[in-house]
Unconditional design. Structure first.
Length: 345
């Protein structure tokens, strides 16, 4: 393991804002049942982490539809809280999972020993406001208070990128907005009460807030021209697992890509399954609409491009320093011979 990363692992365990949770991930019952099921079928040969969320439907579908089995993988499915995911990868507690690309750039620069392998889908982050604020777009956020669940949360990083693109300062020496940290589930109430002028959050929390409180969208990465074609989420494996088990690593990547493709073809069925098996709570119809709004057509090249683009912007902003975006993408991305850019079902 990279020596520099070892020194960071303990800190990552304590700092929740360094997590890379899937969109709107919340804990549900499940991990022990999934592990018991895997053991009943035979010895597990891979530890797959997941956070129960719409964002991670690819992983859940790969498990439930048998795509892992088709690749010779009998996984131990481990339900991990979002704030623990980066630490779990860095300390070899899991072998693979799904991550948000924008959120993983800084840990990679700091020495996190991982390999991203394929883009899985787009979308899943939004900034919303009250209609009475007069805020119509990202430019209207200048000088405003933006509620976030953490200063290094995925939605915060996306907000910083969007603000920077529109010429609004988001660096310590030129901060033209105020990020206010609020507990994730309390963000909608903070906006409703006027504590903040807008909130940046992942789905389904953002979409539910719009429906329940009548909030309006300032940014939706599933639709915004600057983000709609960028893969927000990627398959990720520890570098150790890729080196020691290249065939399983390739199979895992193909399985979650098939999972993503299945979501794109059967969003209503998947939304119902996620609800019925207690992976994701909430309104099934709304969750199905959200799944339809994301581009769940996976791409190997799309995953690579997302790393390079995010790294480029984060250096421009000053979140990471002295980064050659292409070199970072080359080092952090793993390609497998014979793996199609988008596999067929």
């Amino acid at each position: 393991m990279n020596k520099h990363w070892k020194s960071l692992a303990a800190a990552l365990a304590l700092v929740s804002v360094l997590g890379v949770a899937g969109c709107g991930g919340t804990q549900t019952a499940g991990s022990s049942a999934k592990s018991a099921s895997a053991e009943a079928e035979g010895k597990t040969n891979m530890r797959v982490a997941y956070s129960p969320s719409l964002c991670e439907a690819s992983t859940v579908v790969a498990y439930e539809k048998g795509f892992f089995k088709e690749e010779g993988i009998n996984p131990e499915m481990i339900n991990i809280q979002g704030a623990s995911e980066t630490e779990a990868l860095g300390t070899d507690k899991v072998d693979g999972m799904q991550t948000l690309v924008s959120k993983i750039i800084q840990p990679i620069q700091n020495g996190l020993p991982v390999k991203l392998t394929a883009g899985l889908h787009t979308g899943c982050v939004r900034i919303v406001t009250r209609p009475d604020t007069g805020i119509k777009d990202v430019k209207g956020l200048k000088g405003k208070k933006i509620g976030v669940s953490g200063l290094a949360d995925t939605a915060t990083v996306i907000a910083q990128r969007a603000l920077h693109t529109d010429g609004i300062g988001v660096t310590p020496d030129n901060m033209e907005v105020e990020f206010v940290v609020v507990e994730r589930n309390s963000l909608p109430q903070a906006l409703k009460s006027g504590q903040v002028d807008a909130i940046a959050m992942t789905d389904p929390v953002g979409a539910i807030a719009m429906k329940e409180y009548g909030f309006t969208s300032v940014l939706d990465t599933a639709k915004s021209p600057e983000f709609k074609d960028e893969y927000c989420c990627s398959a990720i494996l520890t570098a150790k697992f890729v080196q020691e088990h290249p065939d399983l690593a390739k199979g895992y990547t193909r399985a979650v890509m098939k999972g993503a493709l299945y979501v794109s073809k059967h969003p209503d069925e998947v939304a119902q399954m996620l609800h019925d098996k207690n992976y994701v709570s909430g309104d099934v119809a709304l969750n199905a609409e959200l799944l339809k709004s994301y581009n769940y057509v996976p791409s190997v090249q799309g995953g690579y491009d997302a790393i390079e683009r995010a790294a480029t912007q984060l250096e421009e902003i000053g979140i990471v320093h002295d980064v050659n975006a292409k070199a970072l993408a080359d080092g952090a991305f793993q390609r497998f011979d014979g793996l199609e850019d988008t596999p067929s079902l």
